[in-house]
Design a protein around this ligand. Structure first.
Ligand code: GLN
Length: 467
């Protein structure tokens, strides 16, 4: 298991070099190609940057907090050295004219982006099967899905290609693949990390976070990427400061509705064990009820497609990206470009989104969902009056088989039951490895806290451990 802190130590002390770290990561990426975790490698640029960092270190200059640490980003982050495809044919050859703020901040600290990770096209999905370039295989069992949509990022970390990866989480896309592959996944408070330079999915719930092998590494990455960015008006002033000593005797609410018969018995067992470990560490765990959580998937799959349909309107074949050839009229150009560039799930969401926003149905669906969302936010507020943290599984089941749910969108959407609530409410939520099933599939525990409690959540999880 590779850790950021160890690499930084080795490169800083001269026992290794940034070039060696990058070469080794690229080698690992090549030998694990069959997993389809990465869509591209930015080998030349990464090696050039590594050499520049090694020179700095040799000269005794400060090379940054992450000097020589290789990483990958989900391929919906704009980054130099490789195309930004969002795993779609629409952007297959798109070369980013700028880099995402989060990537820039990491590179300013000496980290080196070596490539782009696979995802469900435009981040629509929970298995990475919606990628236009083939699914990513689970790190623990290649017959299972990687989870998604940040499946490539999770598998790249789980396979130790790199010690950390960036992902996006709109309704669970960092947490669920982290859970399916046994790594740490952090979805921060809405607005904690700049989304500048990241392909938009649903603007009211999109967040940027990281996947790592350890909680300590996650703290380091979050500390660097979070904070105000003048290019993203939704960013909050920096509030992420790693907490050294977590608050003792925290009150933790285990949400009853996430532990019912719809949840796999082995998942329930791992979560109950995690709760016992929290108790053994001196915390109080009590069962709490949050009935409205059962409606969160319904709210999410009205609100998110509405925003998706709006955000994807820009892909018209005129300004950038794929363009259909030989269209006779402008309408045909738009229609064929979008038909060819989007995968089925993208189109489904555009259709649902356009429908719920249309004048006849806006009140009945979109506005109702927004009202329900307010009630969901209220329910969290009430629970956080009495509890410091809420605990649920990340997903109702461990990684499922490739192809098992691909033909049934509703079954796929229901796997998001526990992750969409914190997204709709803008709350920080983490996926922490909590053991395995008998078949060896990882299970993740989800910790959810009030807005801006990100660092406190990680500190709490750190006292329990991350494997
Ligand atoms: N699985 C969820 C969906 O399909 C989450 C996606 C995401 O967070 N990007 O919408």
């Amino acid at each position: 298991m590779s850790k950021i802190v160890e690499i930084v130590g080795a490169v800083g002390s001269g026992s290794s070099t940034a070039r060696q770290q990058v070469e080794a990561a690229i080698e690992r990426a090549k030998t694990t190609k069959d997993y389809n975790a990465l869509l591209s490698l930015s080998e030349n640029r990464a090696l050039e940057r590594a050499d520049a960092i090694d020179k700095k270190i040799k000269r005794g200059e400060d090379a940054g907090q992450l000097a020589g640490v290789p990483f990958v980003v989900k391929d919906n982050f704009l980054a130099y050295g490789a195309p930004t495809t969002a795993a779609s044919k629409m952007l297959q050859n798109f070369q980013a004219p700028l880099q995402a703020t989060a990537v820039e901040r990491l590179e300013d600290e000496g980290a080196i982006c070596i490539g782009k990770a696979n995802l469900d096209a435009f981040a629509h999905g929970g298995s990475t099967e919606n990628s236009a370039f083939g699914p990513t295989k689970n790190a623990a069992d290649t017959t299972k899905v990687a989870g998604g949509s940040s499946g490539g990022s999770a598998v790249a970390v789980a396979l130790d290609i790199v010690p950390f990866a960036l992902g996006t989480d709109t309704g669970g896309s960092i947490r669920q693949p982290a859970s399916f592959n046994g790594v740490v996944g952090v979805k921060p408070t809405y607005g904690a990390v700049s989304r500048y330079g990241v392909v938009a999915m649903a603007s009211s719930t999109d967040t940027i976070g990281c996947l790592t092998n350890t909680i300590e590494d996650a703290e380091l990455v979050m500390d660097i990427i979070s904070g105000r960015d003048i290019n993203d008006m939704t960013t909050l002033p920096d509030f992420f400061t790693p907490v050294v000593a977590p608050k003792p005797a925290q009150k933790i609410g285990l949400i009853k509705e996430s532990m019912g018969s719809a949840t796999d018995p082995e998942v329930r067992a791992r979560i109950l064990e995690y709760a016992e470990t929290l108790k053994a560490a001196g915390h109080i765990v009590e069962e709490v009820s949050m009935p409205i959580l059962e409606h969160a998937v319904a709210m999410y799959y009205v609100i998110v497609p509405a925003e998706v349909s709006s955000n994807l309107a820009r892909y018209d074949g005129v300004r950038y990206g794929h363009r259909a050839t030989n269209a006779a009229t402008l309408a045909e150009l738009y229609g064929r470009t979008r038909d060819e560039g989007f995968v089925t799930e993208n189109k489904r969401r555009i259709m649902i989104g356009s429908y719920v926003l249309s004048s006849g149905y806006f009140d009945a669906y979109y506005q109702q969902a927004q009202k329900a969302r307010t009630l969901l936010i209220d329910a969290y507020t009430i629970l956080f009056d009495s509890y410091d943290v809420l605990l649920t599984p990340v997903a109702p089941m461990p990684a499922f088989g490739i192809g098992e749910k691909a033909e049934d969108p509703v079954q796929m959407y229901l796997t998001d039951l526990m992750t969409v609530g914190p997204s709709l409410a803008g709350l920080p939520a983490m996926s922490i490895p909590a053991g395995h099933t008998d078949a060896g599939l990882p299970v993740g525990a989800q910790l959810v806290g009030p807005a801006r409690s990100d660092a406190a959540l990680l500190a709490l999880a750190k006292t329990i451990g991350d494997k």
